[in-house]
Design a protein around this ligand. Structure first.
Ligand SMILES: [Zn+2]
Ligand SMILES: [Zn+2]
Length: 397
């Protein structure tokens, strides 16, 4: 591994920053303390800071030389509404909130890179350090963009990184093209006509209609989607009725759809709408269908992915970079940034969980698990990757 010595020398302080953030988790758009910690550190290292971009977002700007070239490096800062069961010293001090996705570590890794870049300046151009709020469902990336992130601070490319439990420390994973799924929610309300359960002919049964629609929807992925396109349609809630002898007025079905492309998503949404309305018509019921698109699919741009692969290989060796990692059906709001700018999002191995201090909970070290902890061994690896990426993108000619 070829880590940057001054960053390795700074490891203890980065770990302290990481653990302090871990102990003080803040949810979507409430990252006031975390943002202040980030902004103060950046200022301490002489880096100009923009506060409050996208609510609690922070932007650091490091310029050097005369080149017009620019790069955006992005970390997320928010925690999750999870009750931490770890008992080690840096466990969450806020009941019901926890850094269970490692955004504390993402923030610390980018801070480590920021300090080195500001002090050594082996690049020609501008590095934008994007510390975004509200990745966990709040769309903080989108909000920063809506408030002018890319208009006010033009970036030629943007890069993101997430820790990946199970993958070995000192390894990276990435793939060009779709790497994470779009995440979408639907809710269908079926209105029938209530009646006595012994006199169903006097009513319109919304439960039977719901069952028929559920069956119909399950043919979309198998009969309408191209089999080489991955997609998931899961109905996760059905609500109806209150008694054994009453046919209710109404039934509701709720669930999620995941796809790796917008075209497949368009197809699924349209088929769901058609099957729901036509099936309901066949049973004399009425439907109201709502489909909400949360995060788009995360699609890595091939050229920037190849660029990132080379940089990762220069840090950990080509044999430790999986350039064709299996995509995941999880979602990530960095996808919004990749819709507007070329760039690449990578996974950095978080290890098997053995790094956790005594006092970790009984569960596995998986993302969103109450006994998860970010692996501090990654801090210099991730920070070195960020620095080498920026230096390569803004190479001194
Ligand atoms: Zn998460
Ligand atoms: Zn996350």
């Amino acid at each position: 591994m070829k880590l940057i010595d001054p960053i390795v020398a700074f490891h203890a302080e980065l770990q302290e920053i990481r653990r302090d953030i871990h102990a003080h988790p803040e949810l979507c758009f409430e990252e006031h303390r975390t943002a202040e910690v980030v902004a103060r550190k950046l200022e301490e290292w002489g880096i100009p800071v923009v506060r409050g971009l996208g609510g609690t977002g922070v932007l650091g700007i490091i310029r050097n030389g005369r080149s017009e070239r620019t790069i955006g490096l992005r970390a997320d800062m928010d925690a999750l509404p999870v009750q931490e069961i770890n008992t080690f010293a840096h466990k969450s001090k806020h009941s019901g909130k926890m850094h269970a996705c490692g955004h504390d570590g993402h923030t610390a890794m980018l801070l480590g890179a920021a300090r080195y870049l500001a002090q050594h300046r082996n690049f020609d151009g501008t590095v934008y350090l994007i510390f975004q709020p509200a990745e966990e469902g709040g769309g903080g990336a989108k909000r920063m963009m809506d408030e002018g992130l890319f208009e006010k601070y033009p970036m030629q490319a943007v890069f993101g990184m997430h820790n990946w439990p199970g993958a070995p420390v000192g390894s990276f994973g990435v793939t060009a093209g779709p790497m994470m799924a779009s995440s979408n929610e639907f809710e269908l309300t079926i209105r029938g006509k209530g009646s006595h359960a012994a006199q169903p002919y006097k009513g319109i049964d919304p439960i039977m209609t719901a069952v028929q629609i559920a069956q119909g929807w399950q043919t979309i992925v198998s009969r309408n989607c191209n089999p080489v396109d991955a997609a998931v349609l899961s109905i996760t809630q059905i609500h109806a009725g209150s008694a054994t002898n009453i046919i209710p007025d109404e039934a509701r079905m709720i669930g999620t759809v995941r796809t790796f492309s917008t075209e497949v998503l368009d197809l699924i949404e349209q088929r769901m709408r058609d099957i729901a309305s036509h099936t309901a018509a066949a049973f004399d019921a009425q439907v109201e269908f709502q489909f909400h698109r949360n995060y788009p699919p995360l699609i890595n741009h091939p050229e920037q992915t190849a660029f990132a692969v080379e940089v990762m290989a220069s840090v950990v060796g080509a044999e430790n970079v999986d350039a064709h990692v299996e995509p995941t059906m999880g979602a990530e709001d960095f996808a919004f940034m990749l819709q507007e700018k070329p760039g690449c999002y990578v996974f950095i191995g978080n290890g098997d969980g053995a790094h956790r201090d005594g006092g970790h909970g009984a569960g596995p070290c998986n993302l969103h698990n109450p006994s998860y902890d970010f692996n501090d061994a990654l801090l210099p690896i991730g920070a070195t990757y960020w620095v080498r990426l920026a230096e390569a993108w803004l190479r001194v000619s």
